[in-house]
Design a protein around this ligand. Structure first.
Ligand code: ADQ
Length: 462
């Protein structure tokens, strides 16, 4: 066990930044893929800090361990807590509610209590491990009570909280039976960060309405302490994607993919976790509409949808998978020709370089979530277009739409509008596409995931 009160900086997130090796590497840990982990890792390493989170396996947690110069503080989660805390309150209540109630959120007291218990456990482990006056950065909707619990246990700490998903407006948030507890939990932090200005405004309004918090001099004041509320839009590792995209093996693979999949047709690509917030089904219906209006389009373009398996234990996610797969079958059956498939569907994770090759192979990228905190896929696609080619179709309801103004923005619920936009994207003049893409590349390269982490850390140390 590490000495108590040792770490000057701690990240607290639902998951640790490592995954357990399989097969030959059984018993070892490797760093989880993804931009966020890459951005946060150097901050923790350079500060001699630690990371508290769940390992991904239920039952007793292993002892703290060091991997990649970071001390990992595993938090245990039992099998019943996995179903009530994680599948239940986090993904059955908060997730749909915060994403605009695109599915009916469920309110169960039997889920709320484990949410409190698990949050308390995260706070206790952190309180025991943080050095005097340490900084702690808590992440996301799973841990909204941690800031206040931690402040109560360790008033000396600087506490930051960042929400990766949207924060809903009053008409929705007001429905939550535990709205006051959640707000007070978040208000235990010194800095509360959101993806967009709109999210931060929603939060300020709710805090004033349902708690004793008051705004004075641009700060939120509650119980004698000040809370800095602001927007910190997350981003991607621009340079990494940009460089990977021009690696010879990626260039070769993307040409190969284009020949095999495209067969001379343009590729329209969708890449998402298989989640009902991502609008995959409406997007497919829009493509179906396009083919119905213009059946010859099947010889001009192919739709490639990559869906990463997600939350398969939850009934709604299994139903969504069935629905999406039925739609794919329907479109292919109705509009396909022998040797020519309109929709190519993959349900799996892909290695990083294969994903980049796919981004490179796509003339059109369709990112059409019904609601999304930011959406990194949109920014990743932009980062791989080093030659300023490619057209991005982007939902107005993704956080990224605030920054990527020259994308072809769409209402992701509007099947006809989306069909028209896909059609327009396929024939957008090259000059116009380049103008739009080069502007988006300026935006993403000017604000990377490292800038995001730095700006949050600066606010936390102010
Ligand atoms: P997510 O809902 O998971 O994140 P997103 O931002 O799009 O959504 O991130 C998905 C990540 O998964 C991307 O980095 C992407 O490269 C990766 N990925 C997707 N498909 C893959 C595949 N087939 N194989 C391998 N990797 C794949 C939540 C919020 C978002 C917010 C992020 C970060 O919902 O709104 O942008 O957190 O704050």
């Amino acid at each position: 066990m590490p000495a108590k009160h040792e770490w000057p900086f701690i990240i607290v997130a639902n998951r640790l930044p490592v995954v357990r090796g399989k097969g030959k590497s059984e018993g070892t840990w490797r760093r989880s893929p993804g931009g966020l982990v890459s951005a946060l890792t150097p901050i923790v390493q350079n500060s001699g800090g630690a990371w508290a989170g769940w390992t991904g396996t239920t039952g007793p947690a292993p002892d703290p361990f060091v991997h990649d110069k970071i001390t990992h503080l595993p938090v245990p989660i039992s099998r019943t807590q996995l179903s009530s805390f994680y599948d239940g309150f986090c993904n059955g209540t908060i997730w749909p509610l915060y994403h605009g109630a695109v599915r009916e959120p469920n309110y169960h007291r039997r889920w709320w209590r484990p949410y409190v218990t698990v949050n308390r456990r995260f706070a206790e482990i952190t309180a025991k491990s943080a050095a005097p006056d340490a900084s702690v950065w808590v992440h996301d909707y799973h841990l909204q009570l941690v800031p206040a619990l931690l402040r109560e246990m360790r008033p000396d700490l600087r506490i930051g909280f960042f929400l990766h998903i949207p924060f809903p407006p009053e008409e929705l948030f007001g429905r939550l039976p535990w709205r006051r507890q959640i707000l007070e939990g978040l208000l235990g932090a010194d800095v509360v960060g959101f993806q967009t200005q709109g999210d931060a405004q929603n939060f300020l309004r709710m805090a004033k309405r349902y708690t004793e918090a008051r705004i004075e001099g641009g700060w939120l004041h509650i119980h004698g302490h000040m809370v800095d509320v602001g927007s910190f839009p997350v981003s991607t590792d621009f340079e990494h994607y940009n460089e990977m995209a021009s690696e010879p093996q990626v260039v070769k693979r993307s040409l190969q993919l284009h020949q095999q999949v495209g067969q001379g047709r343009k590729i329209i690509l969708g890449v998402d976790r298989l989640d009902y917030t991502k609008g995959i089904d409406v997007r497919l219906r829009a493509f179906q509409e396009l083919l119905a209006r213009r059946p010859d389009a099947v010889r001009e373009c192919v739709f490639v949808q990559l869906a990463v398996p997600s939350r398969g234990r939850v009934g709604e996610y299994r139903e969504l998978r069935k629905h999406v797969e039925e739609l794919v079958g329907q479109i292919n059956g109705e509009f396909g020709e022998v040797g020519l498939t309109p929709v190519q569907y993959l349900h799996r994770e892909l290695p990083f370089d294969e994903l980049i090759a796919l981004y490179r192979s796509a003339e059109v990228m369709a990112v059409t979530p019904l609601a999304d905190g930011m959406n990194l896929v949109a920014k990743e696609y932009v980062a791989t277009r080093f030659d300023d080619t490619g057209v991005l179709i982007l939902s107005e309801f993704a956080g990224a739409a605030e920054e990527l103004k020259t994308a072809l923005q769409v209402n992701p619920h509007d099947v006809d509008g989306l069909a028209e936009t896909i059609n327009m994207a396929l024939s957008l003049p090259e000059k116009e596409a380049t103008r739009r893409m080069s502007r988006m590349r300026e935006v993403v390269s000017g604000h990377t995931v490292y800038d995001w982490a730095d700006s949050f850390m600066q606010a936390l140390s102010a």
